[in-house]
Design a protein around this ligand. Structure first.
Ligand SMILES: *Cc1c(COP(=O)(O)O)cnc(C)c1O
Length: 443
């Protein structure tokens, strides 16, 4: 062979011939991508069928980008809906786990016990349970407490929250009937009393929904939970974001101003709500889940409803939630909950980090148009609409979003007035080096 080397090639996939390369040879030539062989075979087959065998490597790269990929969130939106809301670090080994096993008796135990008791403690509730998300929590509560009966909801709270969560539709799915109360902008206790006193009324509960993602201003009035609690039916408050305590005792100093309009679980229960429901992956800062906390008899009705089985979380989520609850109880929130760590970082520290990034990129030249800018970060996930958190970032002229996304560890930024902005509040400090690499690659 050696006497022939360099004069011609005999590798089928490279040979300029009329015959297309074999699917198998082409697939094997892509093994360096790390994708499994059956996937590469599909890619090779599609490339050959399209008459573009040379496109196979590009197709493999595109396929890789469709897989779940860790990214650096430099958007300044801390709970980015498209990036999985709250970032969570959770590791566990492959051992069996006491998901439904009681270590004391050696018998079958409750899946809800471990995490339920911790969240009950955190919310000041009798008990708590976990389902897959808050939409599931509301659906289950309404089905368990009001199937075939009526649920009173203020017209101002008959809302749509992100995607397909619409209060009237959830009501329909649960088998309960929605009774509209009051008006869009003002609903008083007397309106609820009137709805309950109608001839033939069959109101099983009041549902109070926090309008998480928008705000009505001006001539508005809603009925607080303290007043609703005077009614003869249970009050269920869907508080949405999962702020556990309005005093935010896990942050130093007074509660941040941007949280002023967020209802909190502990205060809502203390005000007399029979149950609260909330998401675990918004302001709570955990994995996707929904929490139902409050009156023990009502939670038990939820837990024994047939839907509960369909909506229950697995051991991975329960273990991550347990970590989270223990971090709150141990007052280690800003150390162990990434969302609150990002909130707690000082503006001065963010500015210093932005300066360091610009300096390090500048050291390789070609980054004249890069500068440190003051920015407004957002909590995101529809939490606290219209509020911002002071932040700092790095700005450069032009739209570089695609190039930043193409970096080995993709960086997700945003563009404002034809300038690309990388906000540091949503970036973990350990990722600043990745930003430097990605920005250097632009130069
Ligand atoms: C976000 C939200 C929901 C939906 O919660 P998911 O966890 O996304 O299912 C429902 N109600 C309120 C008030 C919310 O803010």
């Amino acid at each position: 062979m050696s006497h022939e080397s360099g004069t011609r090639t005999t590798v089928a996939a490279d040979a300029p011939s009329d015959r297309p390369p074999s699917v198998d040879v082409l697939a094997r030539s892509l093994s360096g991508t790390g994708l499994p062989h059956p996937v590469l075979v599909d890619i090779a087959r599609a490339a050959i069928a399209a008459g573009e065998p040379d496109s196979a490597a590009h197709r493999a790269a595109l396929f890789r980008r469709t897989l779940l990929t860790p990214v650096v969130n430099a958007t300044g939106v801390l709970l980015h809906t498209n990036l999985g809301r709250a970032p969570v670090a959770h590791a566990q080994n492959a051992r069996a786990q006491t998901v439904e096993f009681d270590l004391t008796t050696g018998e079958r135990g409750s899946r809800q016990r471990a995490v339920g008791q911790l969240f009950a403690r955190l919310c000041g509730a009798e008990t708590a349970m976990v389902v897959n998300n808050n939409a599931a929590a509301v659906l289950l509560v309404v089905a368990a407490l009001a199937e075939g009966r009526e649920v009173a909801v203020s017209r101002g709270e008959s809302v749509e929250i992100g995607g397909a969560f619409r209060v009237p539709e959830v009501m329909e799915q649960s088998g309960a009937r929605l009774v509209d109360v009051g008006t869009t902008n003002r609903t008083r206790l007397a309106d609820y009393r009137r709805a309950m006193a109608r001839p033939g009324a069959d109101i099983a509960m009041v549902l109070k929904v926090h309008p998480s993602n928008y705000r009505i201003e001006g001539f508005v009035e809603d009925t607080p939970v303290t007043q609703l609690a005077e009614l003869d039916v249970p009050v269920v408050a869907d508080i949405g974001s999962g702020l556990l305590d309005a005093n935010v005792p896990w942050l130093p100093g007074a509660p941040p101003a941007w949280l002023a309009d967020e209802p909190a679980a502990a205060q809502t229960i203390a005000a007399g709500a029979a149950l609260v429901t909330f998401s675990a992956d918004k302001l709570l800062g955990g994995p996707q889940a929904g929490i139902i906390a409050g009156n023990a008899a009502l939670v038990a009705r939820c837990a024994s409803h047939p839907l509960a089985r369909a909506l229950r979380p697995g051991g991975l989520v329960l273990a991550a939630l347990q970590d989270l609850a223990l971090a709150y109880l141990g007052r280690e929130v800003t150390e162990r909950v990434p969302f609150w760590r990002m909130v707690a970082v000082s503006v001065a520290e963010l500015e210093a980090r932005a300066r360091a990034v610009v300096e390090q990129v500048g050291a390789v030249g070609g980054a004249d148009a890069m500068r440190v800018v003051a920015t407004d970060a957002l909590p995101g996930a529809g939490s606290a609409p219209g509020v911002t958190m002071a932040s700092f970032g790095v700005e450069l002229d032009g739209d570089h979003l695609a190039a930043l996304r193409a970096h080995a560890t993709p960086v997700i930024a945003r563009v404002r007035d034809d300038r690309t902005v990388l906000d540091l509040r949503s970036v973990d400090p350990s990722d600043d080096a990745t930003l430097v690499d990605a920005l250097r690659a632009l130069a």
